[in-house]
Design a protein. Structure first.
Length: 192
C-alpha cells in the first residue's frame, strides 16, 4: 500500500520536476462513474493498509496460509510494484493521473504499452494480488475487489472514451490489437 501510494507521489514529484506540472488531474463532475472509480481506488488503498496494519496488531484477523503462499505474495507484490514504476516511466511526459478532456497528450504504444493498454493498472492489480497472498484477510480481499471494480469504471467509462475522442482511429486500431489489462495472444491471428 505504501509502495503504491509512494509510486504516485514520487512519480508526481518527478513529473513536476521534469515538466513543471504534477500530471494529476481531477475527474470532471460529468463523469460520476469516474468519480466512483476514484473513490473505490482510494478505498482499495485504505483497505489494503488496514489489512496490513490489522495483521500486525491483530494477527487473528489474518487467514491461515502456508508459508510458501506468503513468500509467493511478497515476490508477486515486489514484481508488481517494480512494474508500476517501469510502466509509469514509459509514459514519459504523457503520464497523468486522471483525465482532462481538453488536454492533448501523445498516445503511448511502446514498451509495456505494446503489451497491454493499461500496464500501470495491471501492475497495481498484480501488486494487490501479492499483498492479498502475503496477508490474506477480509480487508485485503475487499481491497482487491474494490480496486478491480474502480479501475474498470475509470478505464472503460472515462479514460478509453477520452483517448478515442483525442486520438480517433489511431487509438481504435491500437485498442483492437492490444489487450486492455492482459496481453491478448489471440488478437491478430488468422482464423483460417
Amino acid at each position: 500500500m505504501i509502495g503504491l501510494a509512494g509510486a504516485f507521489g514520487v512519480r508526481a514529484w518527478l513529473h513536476r520536476r521534469r515538466t513543471g506540472d504534477s500530471g494529476v488531474r481531477r475527474t470532471p463532475a460529468r463523469h460520476p462513474a469516474g468519480r466512483m472509480g476514484v473513490v473505490l481506488f482510494i478505498g482499495a488503498l485504505l483497505l489494503c493498509g488496514a489489512g496490513l496494519v490489522g495483521a500486525l496488531l491483530a494477527p487473528q484477523l489474518r487467514w491461515e496460509a502456508p508459508g510458501v503462499v506468503s513468500w509467493a505474495g511478497l515476490l508477486v507484490a515486489a514484481v508488481g510494484l517494480a512494474a508500476v514504476f517501469v510502466a509509469q516511466a514509459a509514459m514519459g511526459a504523457s503520464w497523468r493521473v486522471g483525465v482532462d478532456p481538453d488536454e492533448v497528450t501523445e498516445l503511448v504504444t511502446t514498451g509495456p504499452f505494446a503489451l497491454v493498454r493499461n500496464p500501470i493498472f495491471s501492475a497495481m492489480g498484480l501488486t494487490l494480488v501479492g499483498v492479498t497472498l502475503l496477508v490474506p484477510s477480509a480487508a485485503t480481499v475487499l481491497a482487491l475487489v474494490a480496486f478491480c471494480v474502480g479501475v474498470q469504471l475509470q478505464v472503460r467509462l472515462v479514460e478509453e472514451p477520452a483517448l478515442a475522442r483525442l486520438h480517433g482511429d489511431r487509438y481504435r486500431q491500437y485498442a483492437s490489437t492490444v489487450g486492455r489489462f492482459l496481453p491478448d495472444l489471440t488478437r491478430g491471428r488468422s482464423t483460417s
